[in-house]
Design a protein around this ligand. Structure first.
Ligand code: UDP
Ligand code: MG
Length: 332
């Protein structure tokens, strides 16, 4: 029988998790696969760990990875992928915005030959106009400036074949934007539409700041355009400045009009310093990213790993291998 790992990142989802499990359980019971559910507790400060512990006691298919602190959604997904050793891995949010009832459809597309099946948001829950608009604009922009093309409206609700998991897990960059990385590795892909629900409980953990950080790491790791932009900007401003220099000189030498031009000077100086700072800023961002990467730190730190009976029993041999592999990767 083929095996499936379901990776569920959870950060302060105490209220959502029981409902999530209630809806997931009948779905996985009906599946003709060996299923394991890996919850990744991303350093929650509420009762998330306790709730997952209770689920583990009830259902041997459930495992828990707990982070020593909050490392973020992308790190949590990465930890789940590292731990997973099944033939296919499904990533799904714990807040029920991604309906678990779609799993059979994702699996059918996989059985049909697709190696990367993305669930595409056909109808958005009422998440607020700003979030929707900013995310639309962002993906459009990213598609224009980066060499990989991203699917619009496809959050981290996906099925990945073993091959895709291996490829993505081999990429250990700090600045992680998994959606971009899936697009970068390629593979045969398919899409399954779904209607997004409202969050089951609580609030989104993606603050404006978190969204900006994710957007910045997406741009910086998938596009050299901002660097080039700095070059072009510098070049065109230099040309303009040269033209202005010729004009100023001829005014002085030919027309003998010594300009009282404080205004132009002030404008020029401030404009040029603006351009310089902008350019330096762009360079600094990339340099900062190089610094982060050269430190070679692990992408997350685990404080606990609790494998359900199913995880440590039936697939024990594979488990050991996966554990050894992932710790090797973490320190690599
Ligand atoms: N999440 C996480 N770490 C974080 C933020 C979020 O593991 O730092 C999880 C969260 O518990 C949920 C998923 O990632 O299962 C998506 O987060 P959320 O629903 O807050 O984001 P949104 O759906 O609003 O984009
Ligand atoms: Mg959500």
């Amino acid at each position: 029988m083929k095996s499936i790992d379901i990776v569920v990142p959870a950060f302060n989802e105490e209220a959502c998790l029981p409902r999530f499990y209630e809806r997931l359980q009948p779905v996985i019971d009906a599946l003709d696969y060996e299923v394991r559910v890996i919850f990744v507790d991303d350093g929650s400060t509420d009762g998330t760990r306790r709730v997952i512990g209770e689920l583990i006691d009830r259902d041997p298919r459930i495992s828990l990875l707990r982070f020593a602190r909050n490392f973020g959604h992308q790190a949590a997904l990465t930890a789940g992928l590292d731990q997973a050793d099944a033939d296919a891995v499904i990533t799904i949010d714990a807040d029920l915005q991604h309906p678990p009832e779609k799993l059979p459809e994702l699996l059918a597309a996989w059985e049909g030959g697709a190696e990367l099946v993305s669930a595409i948001r056909a109808r958005t829950a009422d998440v607020g106009g700003f979030k929707r608009l900013s995310s639309k604009l962002f993906y459009r922009l990213l598609n224009v400036i980066s060499p990989v093309s991203l699917t619009l409206d496809s959050p981290d609700f996906r099925l990945l074949d073993r091959k895709v998991v291996e490829a993505v897990c081999a990429m250990r960059e700090q600045s992680r934007f998994l959606r971009g990385m899936y697009a970068w590795v390629g593979f045969e892909s398919a899409q399954v539409p779904y209607a997004e629900d409202a969050r089951a409980a609580g609030q989104s953990h993606y603050s404006l700041r978190a969204m900006l950080v994710l957007a910045l790491s997406a741009v910086l790791s998938f596009s050299r355009v901002p660097l080039r932009l700095a070059t072009y900007l510098g070049l065109s401003v230099s040309l303009l400045a040269f033209g202005f220099g010729v004009y100023a000189l001829s005014m002085n030498l030919v027309f003998h009009q010594v300009i009282r031009g404080w205004t132009s000077l002030a404008v020029l100086v401030s404009f040029l310093s603006g351009v310089q700072l902008l350019t330096l800023g762009v360079l600094g961002e990339y340099l900062g990213q190089v610094l982060e990467e050269t430190k070679g730190r692990p992408l997350y730190v685990l404080s606990e790993r609790r494998l359900g009976a199913a995880g440590s029993g039936a697939r024990a041999a594979g488990e050991e291998a996966a554990g050894a592999k992932s710790s090797g990767r973490e320190s690599a």
